[in-house]
Design a protein around this ligand. Structure first.
Ligand SMILES: [Zn+2]
Ligand SMILES: [Zn+2]
Length: 422
């Protein structure tokens, strides 16, 4: 036999991760909660393909967002087309709206989405090449009331998951009318303090000085504290929008902080930006970030419709959602002998049909071993089906928590288990 035919293990790809059944329950909980809460606010799910034309994302991230472009998972398919696994979600939604003319339909354009994203980044702890996001997007609502409603919804979602120690940070990054003059002021201030900025920031100074505020280096952060604030340079329209946004947050009773340095990493933002940060992830890390992008749809060759949304990383969120052990209650059916096996299978079928999770295993084991197994799996109840029980039409039901055991006929057993009355 040559090496070629020798069975061998093929490992997973660097930067990817299996989500095993134990963790998957928590994923499902977070996803179900997102779905339920977003739908309460009139959002509907949208699912777009995992890959798109490379151009779409090059455009979506803006010309200066070389970080995203550099990290894109791009490949050439068999037809010679350049395709990219989506590195972010918004460009795909915008494309889908334009392509399916969703803006001409009567439904509100409020979408939510959850799924994998891909970045060809150097894998490091907690960062994967395939990672997951939950996003929401609203199109066609200019009123700052929606900006506040979105922040309130995000806050409600996190509270619902019992995430604690969060802080809401908001800002306005202006618009194409007022940003250019601010950027000039910012550039001039950065130029003056050039010697105190890192090499990276000095480079950003020319291309996109707003990014200096994203720098994690202490010295740069300190220096940037004294730079002009964008909130002092807003035009009347942006200023009014921001003011109303804040007063709507007050209306909802939301506590927030205004941080003029919150500019977010992506170029297409206009007016509102916000983040929800937590102290639990170390140094004030963002769990969720979002903002308004009023020019985006037009830039994609679509109608002139404004947009706003937020995104959060699932992996990060799961780290701070409490309650890893959300054990589901279930019945373990113990069968002794061939005849009992048939009866047990039928009972299991009926319990499942009645909506109760039931596990029956077919490997032959002694009564003692089956009981030990049920105990190990943390079954809530054990239903014992022996030949004798089958003959009498009565079964033993054991509550594994209290240790109590009763004998009941099939109908009663079903009722007891359904109502969890034992
Ligand atoms: Zn403006
Ligand atoms: Zn820096």
């Amino acid at each position: 036999m040559t090496d070629k035919y020798k069975p061998k293990h093929i490992p997973s790809i660097k930067g990817t991760k299996d989500i095993l059944p134990d963790e998957a329950r928590k994923w499902q909980k977070v996803e179900a909660s997102a779905k339920r809460i977003f739908e309460l606010y009139g959002y509907r799910e949208i699912r777009t393909p995992v890959f798109e034309a490379t151009e779409l994302f090059e455009k979506g991230t803006g010309e200066t967002s070389d970080i995203v472009i550099k990290e894109m998972y791009t490949f050439t398919d068999k037809g010679g087309r350049s395709l990219t696994l989506r590195p972010e979600y918004t460009p795909s939604v915008v494309r889908a709206i334009i392509e399916n003319r969703l803006n001409l339909k009567p439904q509100p354009m409020r979408f939510y989405f959850m799924g994998p994203m891909f970045r060809y980044d150097k894998p490091q702890k907690g960062r994967y090449r395939q990672f997951h996001q939950i996003d929401i997007e609203v199109f066609g609502e200019e009123d700052p009331a929606i900006d506040a409603e979105i922040v309130q919804m995000a806050d409600f979602f996190l509270k619902n998951l019992k995430v604690k120690d969060t802080k809401i940070v908001v800002n306005s990054v202006g618009c194409k009318e007022c940003r250019p003059s601010y950027l000039k002021k910012l550039k001039a201030a950065a130029e003056k303090e050039k010697r105190r900025l890192c090499e990276n920031c000095r480079r950003k100074m020319a291309t996109n000085p707003l990014r200096i505020f994203d720098c994690k280096i202490e010295g740069c952060r300190d220096t940037a504290k004294n730079f002009p604030k964008i909130t002092d340079s807003l035009c009347v329209e942006c200023e009014t929008h921001f003011h109303q946004f804040c007063s709507f947050l007050d209306l909802f009773g939301i506590t927030y902080e205004i941080d003029p340095r919150l500019v977010r990493g992506i170029d297409y933002y206009t007016k509102t930006t916000f983040e929800i940060v937590t102290s639990k992830l170390g140094a004030q890390d963002a769990i969720l970030g979002g903002g308004r992008y009023d020019e985006m749809m037009k830039d994609f060759g679509g109608p002139d419709i404004c947009g706003i949304g937020f995104a959060m990383g699932m992996e990060r969120l799961l780290d701070i959602v409490p309650g890893e052990e959300d054990k589901q209650e279930f019945v373990y059916v113990v069968c002794m002998g061939e005849e009992a096996k048939g009866a047990g299978m039928k009972l299991a079928k009926r319990m499942r049909e009645a909506g109760r999770e039931t596990l029956i295993e077919y490997r032959e084991r002694s009564l003692k071993n089956q009981m030990a197994r049920a105990n190990k799996l943390e079954a809530s109840w054990v239903l014992i089906v022996g030949e004798d029980e089958v003959k009498r039409g009565k079964y033993q039901l054991k509550n594994m928590k209290s240790g109590e055991q009763i004998e009941e006929a099939e109908e009663n057993i079903l009722k007891i288990i359904r109502d969890k009355s034992f």
